[in-house]
Design a protein around this ligand. Structure first.
Ligand code: NDP
Length: 277
């Protein structure tokens, strides 16, 4: 498995799995468990979840999927902004740990920026870290200005990743956010890497994929994975699609293909506000 280095030197899989919308329907549970377990078998051992997803149901599903193999997995969860305070965060983290059936998260992210001041949130993260409840912390949906502000509070520059919307149709971050993070050796976690599947039926992408004897999802993921500082976390509830997505690791896009993709999905020509879903 290709890996990406976190600022503390830890190597994590470049291709992981998302879990938004999972764990919410009984009828889909078996397939979802099989999908997550197949992904772990294939080395996609970074699993992204959040207290928000299904009101904790996704964390419970992940807990079931990783039972007996916790040590193989790099577990990421997220705290609601309104739970990112001195007292609220330890309680939220404890609830997440319980649902997941683990005693420690590998990475705990602030889901998006809320009203609680950054210094309070960072202090709460550091306390959880000192207590061994989380190994490291990070952020999600924070734009450059937010990261600059965060970096001014004590310990605020020590975030391990920024998880942001990034795919072929959402390239705004390449203008400023990606270079800002790269200069600080902070990797990006690309969420909705398939634009929630809306990207896949686009005829020109499908045609290009056919030409490469790959699928549109594999091209979209390989395009993200070509960068040394990007972790992609596609979600699928279908074990066969998880296998297909893992196939992106075998696909190398040459300069000609990358140029074609730039024509189909142009890079930004100026600064834009960070998009989010
Ligand atoms: P994705 O871009 O990963 O797309 C998921 C959709 O694509 C699902 O409908 C899935 O369907 C389908 N799909 C997956 N693989 C294939 C394939 N090979 N062929 C065809 N369809 C496929 O969207 P998400 O929004 O789920 O993003 C991924 C993860 O990122 C989330 O699950 C979550 O963990 C995280 N996230 C974080 C956010 C944040 O604010 N920090 C916001 C949004 C997402 P099916 O399941 O039926 O296969």
């Amino acid at each position: 498995m290709k890996t990406v280095a976190l600022p503390d030197g830890t190597q994590v899989p470049a291709l992981g799995m998302g879990t938004w919308m999972m764990g919410e329907a009984r009828g889909r549970r078996a397939a979802e468990l099989a999908a997550l377990q197949r992904g772990i078998d294939l080395g996609m051992t970074l699993i992204d979840t959040a207290e928000m997803y299904g009101d904790g149901a996704a964390e419970e599903l992940v807990g079931e999927a990783i039972r007996g193999r916790r040590e193989q997995v790099f577990l990421v969860s997220k705290v609601y902004p309104f739970n990112a305070g001195r007292r609220s965060m330890p309680a939220a983290c404890e609830r997440s740990l319980k649902r997941l059936g683990v005693d420690c998260l590998d990475l705990y992210l602030l889901h998006w920026r809320g009203d609680i001041p950054f210094d309070e949130t960072v202090a709460a993260f550091e306390r959880l870290q000192a207590e061994g409840k989380i190994r490291r912390w990070g952020i999600s949906n924070l734009d450059v200005q937010d990261m600059q502000e965060l970096s001014t509070v004590p310990g605020g520059g020590r975030f391990a990743v920024n998880q942001v919307l990034y795919n072929l149709t959402r390239r705004g971050i390449e203008w400023d956010l990606q270079p800002w993070c790269a200069a600080r050796h902070v990797p990006l976690m690309a969420y909705s890497p398939l634009e929630q599947a809306r990207l896949l039926p686009q005829p020109k992408l499908a045609e290009l994929a056919r030409h490469l004897q790959a699928t549109p999802a594999q091209v979209a993921l390989a395009w993200l994975l070509r960068r040394p500082d990007v972790i992609a976390i596609p979600k699928s509830s279908d074990p066969r699609r998880v296998e297909e997505n893992a196939g992106a690791l075998e696909l190398t896009l040459d300069t000609d293909t990358l140029a074609k993709l730039d024509r189909l999905f142009p890079p930004p020509r100026g600064a834009r506000a960070l998009e989010m879903l």
